[in-house]
Design a protein around this ligand. Structure first.
Ligand code: SAH
Length: 256
């Protein structure tokens, strides 16, 4: 898959793209990430990329011409999806990342300042994506988040580093807790089942703890998660255990 990131700060993206999983995925040819500096497409002597907003007010607006020129400089085949990072966009979720992972090409536009001239949206943008209900200073961190979340789902990218299929949200639930050596640290042990070698029991424990986490932290996810009859039994058992531990507390509040 080929990603193009259009940004005023390519240097802010470089280190993250080179490191670890994304760096290796590029070396292995599983993904390609190209950085385009929007400033290279400014047309005046001062290389101006922003201007004061029509109507007045604070802040600057990214100009339409350099951005459209930068977009038009990219190869047009295979036809990319062009997304704009914007706090007003569709929230980035695992489901959206999975959909994007099916594309051959993705072009990501990073805003800065107060944002971009609205006409870029109208002329060129297929989709707007938000990292969440907060405002950052630029679209670079959100763009890197998209590249990372999408790349992990491309076959071969994770290699031996675990399976994306078990990650939180991939089946609609939060993932179970993890432990590694040592077996005891400051009086805290490891759940016995994990060292039992009994794979069926381990799987059952993991599924139960995944359901418990989701019930306690994000109960709304259970409404849409794919739950089997044995999941329902585990949930009932968890509710019983919680009631014993904290009668009438957390679970009553969550409505489950
Ligand atoms: N004035 C704009 C915010 C501009 S922030 C507004 O109120 O909607 C500057 C740039 O940072 C944006 O153009 C966008 O590309 C990026 N950005 C900021 N917060 C973001 C978020 N939560 N998700 C995605 N992109 C974001």
């Amino acid at each position: 898959m080929i990603f193009d990131i259009l940004t005023l700060l390519p240097e802010a993206c470089e280190a993250y793209l080179k490191a670890s999983i994304l760096g290796r995925a590029q070396k292995a040819g599983l993904i390609q990430v190209r950085l385009t500096n929007i400033r290279d497409f400014a047309f005046d002597r001062h290389r101006t990329v922003d201007d004061a907003p029509y109507g007045g007010g604070d802040g600057m607006v990214m100009k339409v011409e350099p951005l459209v020129a930068a977009l038009e400089s990219l190869p047009d085949k295979p036809r990319p999806r062009i997304v704009l990072m914007a706090p007003q966009g569709q929230p980035l979720t695992q489901a959206l990342a999975a959909e994007l992972a099916g594309l051959e090409r993705l072009v990501i536009v990073c805003g800065r300042y107060e944002g971009i001239d609205e006409r870029v949206r109208k002329l060129a943008v297929d989709q707007e994506i938000s990292l969440g209900d907060f405002v950052l200073s630029g679209g670079e961190l959100p763009a890197l988040a998209v590249v990372d979340a999408v790349s992990r789902l491309i076959p071969g990218v994770l290699g031996g580093e675990g399976s994306a299929a078990a990650d939180s949200f991939s089946d609609g639930l939060l993932e179970h807790p993890h432990y590694t050596r040592p077996p005891e640290f400051r009086g805290l042990g490891v759940p016995e089942v994990l060292t039992s070698g009994n794979h069926a029991a381990i799987e059952r424990w993991r599924r139960k703890e995944s359901l418990r986490r989701t019930l306690l932290r994000r109960p709304e996810l259970l409404q849409t998660a794919r739950l089997s009859p044995s999941d329902q039994e585990l949930l009932d058992a968890i509710r019983g255990e919680q009631d014993e531990a904290t009668p009438g507390a957390t679970l009553a509040k969550t409505g489950f």
